[in-house]
Design a protein around this ligand. Structure first.
Ligand code: B16
Ligand code: MG
Length: 222
């Protein structure tokens, strides 16, 4: 006997022509690396950075994340100084990403990507990260995507719908036929603003606006 939640999931998954996946927090857990790199930067500037603060940076672009961080540290810097700090943080982050392998995929991620491919569902990435292609390569899933829209392809951050609209365009599928998988509040808002249904991945208290919420992709199957 299927639970109501599983029935909702099946209905959502079976009726869509395309899946658009967020990267960090949905397919891989790079949030820990972002946290370590931002914490190192904050500490080097003389203040601390907590895991709770890191939660607020999920789905937020690198430059906007830096602005939040400097706000928490009460620091006002020039654009040139900010650029230097963002670059430094990214170098530390990349050193951590360099050690990633296929085993760093979150449970159920590879299975759902493979099932989508086997069922003829079009698959895109819709991520705020400018390092998304490197993470896809390191974890061995570059070939799972028909289109990759990342932080280099958009000018406006989530909750703006740009990243998901561009992903649907690249797949040549109308927004209403796309299903988005997102772990960030800003990402869920972006998907809804794009006219798409969305599966929240994570805490229902954070992602209540999503059409349904699961703990992880391992809870889903086609
Ligand atoms: P980068 P997503 C987002 O990825 C992360 O959640 C967020 O913490 C990060 O600041 C942002 O990418 C930019 O990443 O510095 O690598 O360009 O969740 O949209 O896949
Ligand atoms: Mg995310």
């Amino acid at each position: 006997m299927l639970s109501e939640n599983h029935r909702d999931a099946n209905r959502l998954l079976y009726t869509k022509k395309a899946f658009i996946f967020d990267l960090d927090g949905v397919l891989v857990d790079t949030a820990i690396f972002h946290y370590q790199a931002w914490k190192r930067l904050a500490n080097s500037l003389g203040f601390d950075f907590t895991w709770q603060q890191n939660e607020k940076l999920k789905g937020v672009s690198r430059r906007q994340s830096l602005d939040y961080l400097l706000g928490w540290g009460n620091l006002q810097l020039s654009d040139a100084e900010k650029e230097q700090l963002a670059t430094r943080k990214n170098e530390w982050y990349l050193a951590l990403v360099g050690g990633m392998t296929h085993w760093d995929l979150l449970p159920g991620a590879y299975r759902l990507l493979s099932e989508a491919r086997n069922k003829g569902i079009r698959v895109a990435l819709g991520s705020a990260s400018k390092n998304a292609r490197l993470v896809l390569e390191r974890t061995g899933i570059s070939d799972c995507f028909d289109a990759v829209i990342d932080g280099n392809a958009v000018t406006r951050s989530k909750p703006d719908p740009e990243v998901f609209i561009k992903a649907a365009d690249a797949l040549d599928v109308p927004p209403g036929a796309c299903l988005v998988f997102e772990d960030a509040h800003a990402g869920v808002a972006a998907a809804l603003a794009a006219g798409m249904q969305v599966v929240g991945v994570g805490d229902p208290a954070e992602l209540g606006e999503a059409d349904m919420v699961v703990m992880g992709l391992a809870d889903l199957g086609i």
